[in-house]
Design a protein around this ligand. Structure first.
Ligand SMILES: Cc1cc2nc3c(=O)[nH]c(=O)nc-3n(C[C@H](O)[C@H](O)[C@H](O)COP(=O)(O)OP(=O)(O)OC[C@H]3O[C@@H](n4cnc5c(N)ncnc54)[C@H](O)[C@@H]3O)c2cc1C
Length: 490
């Protein structure tokens, strides 16, 4: 008889795991607390505009290739490489730098502030490649059965990589580049894994190698939500049902195994195997009541940034913007040190703007623009009250207006704001931490919440807060690692 797997959550990791498991002959059912699939990879349609709610690009596209091959499906969406990758505007000088993949063109862009950039960046990326080659297959795309297993695996990494384990991202870029501009721009990638360059290990500089050399940045034709729609179509074809508006709130056990999960209406969901795509740390604490994952214990862990996101429909085309745009202030270190814990740190905001309508004109009415802003903010441990949301958002819009040379405030026809409160409540994210658990050396690999349960042998986890970590390609890998475990279980 086919074994039945119940997946809790239809985030990218849940959807990918469903298709991998179905290919292997398991009967798969999903339950999702929201009325739509995708989790953080979501979409907002409002007032004639379409917005990507969370992710606006991905890297490591080959992880999607591996996934579709493994699931036995055709790539259900179209991705397009972005070049230039993004632009970065500095408040103090007003200068905007365009990040080209072509390194000699990039060097020309920075010739006034960073002489010999091409030579320097080649050396920096070369080290990034060594870190990538020495760690990704060995450490990232692997399951660990114990901490000892993890340490033994780490010892197989080339010894020349040891120094980067003990250096911060900022120290790494400072070793190769002299200008604050280049250091700041290249270290922005640390924010993508959810912390600052000052507390993100240098090992993550392998991401610079993936963005400039090994792969690139990709946007999805028609918007990122087409990934989810494509995967949901595949689920439909395979008669896999997603039960929406179904939130798991309890459980029953029998003979040392998980017997069922219970939803908020008291309905019991039985299965042979359970795969939890809800946050792996949150679920253990909140649903399984594990003392090691109590709210107090979770509060003591390092979480990735909270985010303030807002979605603007604007009645005119915005000048001087690309698909991805970063706007930096002039106090990078002070800002990075304060932003996660200090609720009064918004006077000079740093933020990112995605102009979805630039590469996908169908996402806004003719002549209009759909804008999506992301601003790193303290999570709800440090700023619980967001009554000042309008004020903060308006200050960012005022800053943006100055930088693009247009009074954007006057042109807004649609506005939606998500503070960490909305991020927490929509997706059960601990204290509104947008990307899940942070990636310190003591919260990755064998130290991260495991993808198999400590108590129930028939429970597994996939998603951003288990191995290997956050981001779309990482949660695709996470679905692969969880499915490997389920196959071994039987
Ligand atoms: C603002 C923002 C921008 C981002 N930008 C990028 C980017 O550009 N590129 C990139 O690669 N990554 C980006 N990320 C990260 C990326 O979105 C996540 O790493 C990834 O989507 C996480 O997927 P997941 O499957 O682990 O979890 P989720 O997407 O959180 O899915 C978990 C699902 O479980 C459901 N659930 C939770 N609890 C329950 C319950 N009790 N019962 C039933 N269902 C439940 C949730 O509703 C959700 O649908 C961004 C994230 C944010 C927030």
């Amino acid at each position: 008889m086919r074994k039945k797997v119940l997946i809790v959550g239809s985030g990218l990791a849940g959807l990918a795991a469903a298709l991998r498991l179905s290919r292997r002959g398991y009967e798969v059912v999903l339950v999702e607390k929201n009325s739509k699939a995708g989790g953080r990879l979501n979409q907002l349609k409002k007032d004639g505009f379409t917005f990507d709610v969370g992710p606006s690009f991905f890297s490591m596209s080959y992880e999607f290739d591996e996934f579709v091959k493994d699931a036995g499906i055709k790539m259900p969406f179209h991705f397009v490489e972005l070049d230039p990758l993004y632009t970065v505007n500095f408040l103090a000088t007003g200068k905007t730098y365009t990040m080209y993949k072509d390194l000699s063109k990039l060097a020309e862009e920075f010739k006034d502030v960073e002489p010999n950039l091409e030579e320097k960046i080649r050396k920096y990326l070369n080290t990034g490649q060594k870190i990538f080659d020495g760690t990704v297959d060995l450490v990232v795309r692997r399951n660990y059965n114990s901490l000892m297993h993890y340490f033994v695996t780490l010892m197989k990494a080339p010894p020349t990589l040891m120094p980067v384990l003990f250096r911060s991202f900022w120290q790494q870029v400072s070793k190769y580049f002299d200008s604050e501009e280049v250091r700041q721009i290249l270290s922005l990638v640390a924010f993508f894994v959810g912390r600052t360059p000052f507390d993100t290990p240098a090992v993550y500089s392998l991401l610079s190698y993936t963005e400039f050399v090994h792969n690139g940045y990709f946007n999805v034709e028609g918007g990122m939500y087409n990934i989810v729609e494509g995967l949901c179509n595949e689920l439909k074809k395979q008669n896999i049902t997603v039960h929406y508006n179904t939130e798991i709130t309890g459980f029953t056990e029998k003979n040392g195994k998980l017997d069922s999960l219970t939803d908020s209406n008291g309905k019991e969901w039985n299965a042979d195997i359970f795969l939890i795509n809800a946050d792996a740390a949150w679920f253990r604490g909140k649903i399984f009541n594990r003392p090691e994952f109590s709210e107090e214990k979770l509060d003591k862990l390092k979480w990735t940034m909270g985010t303030l996101t807002f979605y603007l429909g604007v009645s005119e085309k915005i000048p001087n913007v690309h698909h991805h745009n970063y706007y930096l202030g002039s106090n990078f270190k002070e800002y990075a040190n304060k932003i996660f814990t200090n609720p009064d740190s918004f006077e000079k905001p740093y933020y990112y703007v995605n102009v979805l309508s630039r590469s996908n004109p169908g996402c806004a009415p003719e002549g209009c623009e759909s804008l999506f802003f992301v601003c790193p903010v303290p999570d709800l441990r440090y700023k619980a009250n967001w009554d000042d949301r309008e004020e903060i958002v308006n200050s960012i819009i005022a800053d943006f207006s100055k930088r693009v040379g247009m009074d954007v405030q006057q042109k807004i026809v649609s506005k939606t704001i998500y503070t960490p409160v909305e991020w927490r409540d929509q997706f059960n994210l601990h204290k509104g931490s947008a990307l899940g658990l942070a990636h310190d050396m003591n919260q990755i690999g064998g130290f991260r919440p495991k993808n198999f349960d400590e108590k129930y042998k028939n429970v597994f986890y996939a998603g951003a807060s288990t191995v290997p970590g956050t981001g779309l390609p990482m949660v695709i890998i996470s679905s692969k690692l969880a499915v490997e475990r389920i196959e071994k279980y039987g």
